[in-house]
Design a protein around this ligand. Structure first.
Ligand SMILES: Nc1nc2c(ncn2[C@@H]2O[C@H](COP(=O)(O)OP(=O)(O)OP(=O)(O)O)[C@@H](O)[C@H]2O)c(=O)[nH]1
Ligand SMILES: [Mg+2]
Length: 462
């Protein structure tokens, strides 16, 4: 039984299992130093290991004193460590067996195997980082583009935590004023209701700004899926290949070439875009192709956006029209392909069929107009003036957005309360629940089950 909130000692392999230059076994908790004393033989004899210093030596089997591996070892005494507990890191050779043996040696010392994300969870529980920063750790690990990495680093550094702290402080001030009015209704206290109102309007504006940044933040972090759809033989697979700059999909002059769904990722200005090439839509007699068409329709429904490819060298026919109807409600761009041939479909015709839709003329065969198409996609996926380069705090996490939406509702009701002079007790109630919602972001008010879910997403050893 552990007393006074003291936690047990955990260990895990912190590097991927496989062959690598080095592999790290990481230990956190009160037994870290004892593990070092039992298993580590420094090359140069030392009375006591100094904190945060690298030592060269061997890890030995405590049963028989035989060397398990030649290592570098660092003991980091609390509190200046990742978890705010004593931490031991053993840099071994990066082989599966060697790492397992060292880990087993450690586990034999009263240490238990860490759960996924447990090191980071301890950093959170011990108050070194808040929950939004802990979530940023996993975003750093998973970042696929320079911008998503930058956003994750900013969140890890605490830019969102800081903004939320400021908002909470403002709401607390308003709440104190409202409570003063409740407690001393008849006294002439210096509380101005207009000032409370103004303060709440300011909070509302800032919370709304954070919520609005989510759409774009999410795109940089999670990417978007863009389905390439159109009739057979219009050049969908050719477009996929030219965007990927490789011959990924089979291209032939035979209509109905693509039957399966082909997905590949391409980065456009740091947005990871999952391109989905699909079977050309037509009434197919072949059951394989029919299945392809069914899958293609499903991909239209799933996609964040579609690229409707039309063969610009042929007049629109009923199949084109059917697909135009299919994508009418989707976010889309029309790609008029084969502009190297005499053009039979005009931009005006597209405008007539799909008002307010941008059309870009390209030749997938000659790789012309591709830059313009990429710019068009980029501008449709992003909004002007916002984004990770403006220094603005960007929300990338759906959980944060949900909590902020909750707090916005409370702020609005509180605001209406102040204006409409409803009883101040109700205003105070709304402000308290606004504080709870804001507290969800940093984890102050987050339920244990939610914490479990968040840390379960981590890998073991982080
Ligand atoms: N002239 C010209 N031909 C093109 C262009 N793009 C594609 N093609 C040709 O059009 C034919 C069909 O191209 P694909 O890319 O296979 O067309 P698709 O839309 O994927 O066809 P399905 O998979 O059958 O639905 C091939 O012969 C291509 O070489 C272009 O820009 N100009
Ligand atoms: Mg194809």
């Amino acid at each position: 039984m552990l007393l006074n909130g003291e936690r047990d000692t955990i260990a895990a392999i912190g590097t991927p299992l496989g062959e690598s230059g080095i592999g790290i076994v990481r230990i956190s908790g009160p037994l870290a130093e004892k593990v070092a004393a039992r298993l580590f033989r420094p090359k140069k004899r030392t009375a006591r290991l100094r904190s945060h210093q690298l030592y060269y030596g061997e890890i030995v089997d405590p049963e028989n004193g035989k060397a398990l591996d030649e290592v570098f070892l660092t003991l980091m005494r609390k509190p200046k460590t990742y978890t705010r507990e004593d931490v031991l890191e053993i840099n071994c050779h990066g082989g599966y067996l060697v790492l397992r043996r060292v880990l087993e040696g450690v586990l034999g010392q009263g240490v238990r195997l860490a759960q996924p994300g447990e090191f980071t969870k301890r950093a959170f529980l011990n108050g070194r980082i808040d929950l939004s920063q802990a979530e940023a750790v996993i975003d750093v690990i998973r970042a696929k583009t320079a911008k998503s990495l930058k956003m994750a680093h900013e969140q890890l550094r605490g830019n969102l935590s800081h903004e939320i702290e400021e908002l909470r402080a403002k709401v607390v001030r308003s709440l104190a004023h409202v409570e003063a009015l409740i407690d001393f209704p008849d006294e002439d206290i210096e509380v101005d209701e207009d000032m409370i109102g103004m303060n709440l309007v300011e909070c509302e504006r800032r919370v709304k700004g954070l919520i609005d940044s989510y759409e774009e933040g999410r795109i940089y972090r999670d990417g978007v899926s863009v389905s390439i759809v159109g009739k057979t033989n219009v050049g969908k697979s050719s477009l996929l290949n030219v965007l990927l700059q490789e011959n990924r999909a089979i291209v032939t002059p035979i209509p109905g070439t693509t039957r399966d769904v082909i997905e590949e990722i391409v980065n456009i200005h740091d947005i990871p875009i999952r391109l989905v090439d699909t079977a050309g839509m037509r009434r197919a007699s072949n059951p394989i192709e029919r299945e392809g068409v069914r899958l293609a329709k499903g991909k239209v429904a799933e996609a964040d956006m579609v690229m409707l490819v039309i063969d610009g060298s042929r007049r629109l026919d009923r199949y084109d029209w059917e697909i135009i109807d299919e994508v009418r409600e989707k976010k889309k761009v029309v790609v008029l392909n084969k502009r190297d041939l005499p053009i039979k479909v005009s931009g005006e015709q597209i405008q007539g069929a799909l008002p307010n839709t941008r059309a870009v003329e390209i030749s997938a065969l000659k790789s012309e107009g591709i830059g313009k198409l990429k710019e068009c996609l980029y501008s449709m996926l992003t909004r002007d003036g916002i984004g990770p380069d403006t220094g603005e705090v960007v929300v990338v996490n759906a959980r944060h957005k949900k909590a902020l939406e909750g707090s916005l509702q409370c702020l609005r009701r509180a605001q209406e309360g102040v204006e409409g002079r409803v009883p101040f007790e109700l205003v105070a109630l709304e402000l308290r629940s606004c504080l709870d919602d804001l507290g969800e972001v940093g984890g102050e008010t987050t339920a244990e089950e939610v914490l479990e879910c968040i840390f379960n997403e981590f890998c073991i050893g982080k």
